[in-house]
Design a protein around this ligand. Structure first.
Ligand code: GUN
Length: 293
């Protein structure tokens, strides 16, 4: 039997519609307009594409966006000054500094400077600490989007064996912590595999929910998947270009073969990808509400 596909495009659309209503209600009944500041240093084309998509998403939802495209030569002090100004700007509820930053800027110092109340990326160590101990805070967007995909896709997480392949700070580690919480949509038994794991397939074959966040195209093959498992593919690997120059993406999962074994699966593109931006919007709306409590 072929796996049921959980569409991130469709799930993100549903959440967007909920947010549009929420933003309209905040404006009509409380005169609150959520605001997001995006900061990008230099002219990395991929970063420009990502930030452009975030700005467009704000516009579509009625969220105010203030955009700061800064030259590659911007100093760390200049960037810290901008963040200090945004931290106290009442029109701004969320601050997003796109990473990677140029080498002469200390990324950790910049992330630490963002007020945890405006940390809609969930990258600040205070946000990370809150996530780990299960206190309310901003969850990072991709891992939070994965949890939403599981919940809305009808995948039971409580008591499930979750195996995550990849231990990055932006996906593997946070999604492990989120699904480990004693909370609805979590409560899982979590294993994290990485480059030093002795027998990755022995772990992945035990997984009720397998989350692939390695960054290697088609790394997860059908023989590594338990029949009926839920497979979440976080990979977005560029494997070539069309004659028109469009990027050809492959996930970390060998989709065509794994879909014959898995019970549910997310595609690439159209799976986890669309969830990241909509969760950023959700965090920004939440930040605006918290700022007015
Ligand atoms: N670079 C790649 N993904 C992200 C993200 O989610 N947030 C930020 N700030 N930078 C990124």
């Amino acid at each position: 039997m072929t796996a049921r596909i959980i569409s991130g495009t469709e799930t993100a659309r549903q959440i967007r519609e909920e947010l549009i209503k929420e933003v309209a209600n905040l404006k009509a009944n409380h005169n609150i307009v959520p605001g997001l500041a995006t900061v990008i240093v230099g002219d990395d084309p991929a970063s420009q594409t990502y930030v452009g998509a975030k700005i467009k998403a704000c516009q579509a939802l009625g969220i105010y966006s203030a955009n700061y495209p800064l030259p590659a030569g911007t100093s760390e002090e200049e960037l810290l000054k901008l963040i200090a100004d945004l931290n106290t700007d009442p029109a701004i509820n969320g601050i997003l500094v796109q990473v990677p930053l140029p080498d002469h800027i200390d990324e950790n110092r910049i992330l630490l400077a963002i007020s945890p109340d405006k940390d809609v990326d969930g990258f600040h160590p205070v946000s990370v600490g809150r996530m780990v101990i299960g206190q309310p805070g901003f969850l990072p967007c991709t891992p939070h989007g994965i949890q939403e995909l599981l919940i809305r896709g009808g995948v039971e997480t409580s008591g499930a064996e979750v195996v995550i392949v990849g231990r990055s700070n932006i996906v593997g580690k946070p999604v492990a912590n989120i699904l480990l919480q004693k909370a609805p949509g979590a409560n899982a038994t979590v294993t994290v595999c990485h480059s030093a794991t002795r027998d990755i397939a022995a772990h992945t074959r035990r997984a009720d929910i397998l989350i692939a966040a390695i960054g290697k195209p088609k790394f997860i093959t059908a023989d590594m998947v338990k029949p009926g498992a839920a497979v979440i593919d976080v990979g977005t690997n560029e494997i070539g270009r069309t004659p028109e120059g469009k990027r050809i993406l492959s996930g970390d999962v060998d989709f065509d073969n794994v879909k014959e074994v898995a019970g549910v699966i997310t595609p690439v593109p159209g799976g986890v990808g669309p969830m990241t931006i909509v969760m950023l919007m959700a965090n920004t709306v939440r930040a605006a509400k918290l700022a007015h409590e």
